[in-house]
Design a protein around this ligand. Structure first.
Ligand code: 11C
Length: 337
């Protein structure tokens, strides 16, 4: 299997290297690509050193079976044809193609078969906050159809990339040393000692793009008419996103039913013993594969609704791991050999 990683130096790119090694993904040949700036950097994979090549419009992707791309929507748009023209399957982590009708949007626990219909050779990896929510809600939707979702997210600096994580650490350092923050590049405002109720750009309806991704992508992945109203918030945790989710089902569900469904759900770990202060937190889910869920309880304001709290590593299940699981599925069903 010839595998390429585009955006190899980024937070997600680096996670691809770790996950592919940890899962012993079948790789005969690995190619790393990046911008002109990151070309020449060296990374080791399973004891061998690999050098990042500049991504260019040439024949570098000839013979590549799977290309994991995570270098931003602009790069994906510009290079999709170059990457796929010799038959490589492009599993793209950007938001560029997610809502295109001829590009499947896949979470392997939910709609793996969608990955097999890809006329452009592109499979889109969903938005991280959306992936984690649907992995938890899909098994509940099977008990009774979910009609409405209200969600507030608590998204770590990691969602904005490796440089943003460094910036948050720098901001805390500046606060301690100077009493004020002077480095604000990656976030719209100071994040240290703060929360910012804006992730991604604002759209004309006053929801942000991140919030609209949660609305649109949830419907496409779950093949559902569900309506999601989200408020996405950047918080000053370093890694792992969390979400507070209210969902309305067609029939009232008991907490016990939901717990049982989630215990059996792939990719989900139940951490729910509220009376003993046991619930999931981002510090515990960072670096792990599953989405962790707890605080499951009846909504006091609506008999047909329940509420829960979830947290998961946005760089792993929210990005690189989900993409690798898509590739593993393609190999398992013999679609990519
Ligand atoms: C964040 N969730 O935390 C965003 C990053 O749609 O792939 C991922 C954006 C996306 O900033």
């Amino acid at each position: 299997m010839r595998v390429a990683i585009v955006g190899a130096s980024g937070a997600v790119g680096q996670e691809f290297l770790r996950i592919l090694a940890q899962r012993d993904f079948p790789i005969d040949d690995l190619l790393l690509f990046g911008s002109k700036r990151s070309a020449g950097r060296k990374y080791s994979f399973k004891g061998k050193e690999y050098t990042v090549k500049e991504l260019q419009h040439n024949d570098d992707f000839k013979g590549v079976d799977i290309a994991f791309t995570s270098a931003g929507g602009g790069t994906s748009a510009e290079f999709a044809e170059t990457i796929t023209k010799y038959g490589a399957v492009m599993i793209d982590n950007s938001s560029q193609f997610r809502m295109d009708d001829d590009v499947p949007l896949v979470v392997p626990e939910i709609n793996p078969e969608d990955a097999l219909k890809r006329p452009r050779g592109i499979i889109a990896n969903p938005n991280c906050t959306t992936i984690m929510m649907v992995v938890v809600l899909n098994p509940i939707d099977k008990l009774s159809h979910i009609k409405k979702i209200h969600v507030s997210s608590y998204q770590s600096a990691s969602g904005a990339g490796a440089a943003a994580m460094k910036e948050l650490e720098q901001q805390y350092k500046e606060m301690v040393e100077d009493g004020k923050v002077s480095t604000i590049n990656k976030f719209p405002h100071q994040l240290a000692y703060n929360v910012i109720p804006q992730i991604d750009k604002m759209t004309p309806n006053d929801y942000t793009k991140e919030e609209m991704k949660m609305y649109n992508e949830t419907r496409k992945i779950m093949h559902s008419d569900v309506r999601t109203s989200a408020t996405c918030v950047r918080v000053s945790s370093l890694r792992s996103h969390s979400e507070s989710v209210w969902f309305e089902t067609e029939r009232p569900l008991s907490v016990e039913e939901i717990r049982e469904a989630l215990k059996a759900a792939p990719g989900v770990t139940l951490v729910d013993d509220p009376q003993n202060y046991v619930y999931p937190m981002p510090l515990d889910s960072a670096g792990k594969d599953d989405v962790f869920v707890g605080r499951i309880r009846k909504d006091l304001a609506d008999d047909n609704s329940n509420t829960l709290w979830l947290t998961g590593d946005q760089i792993r299940k929210g990005a690189a791991l989900n993409a690798v699981q898509i590739a593993e599925y393609l190999i398992k069903v013999g679609d990519v050999k």
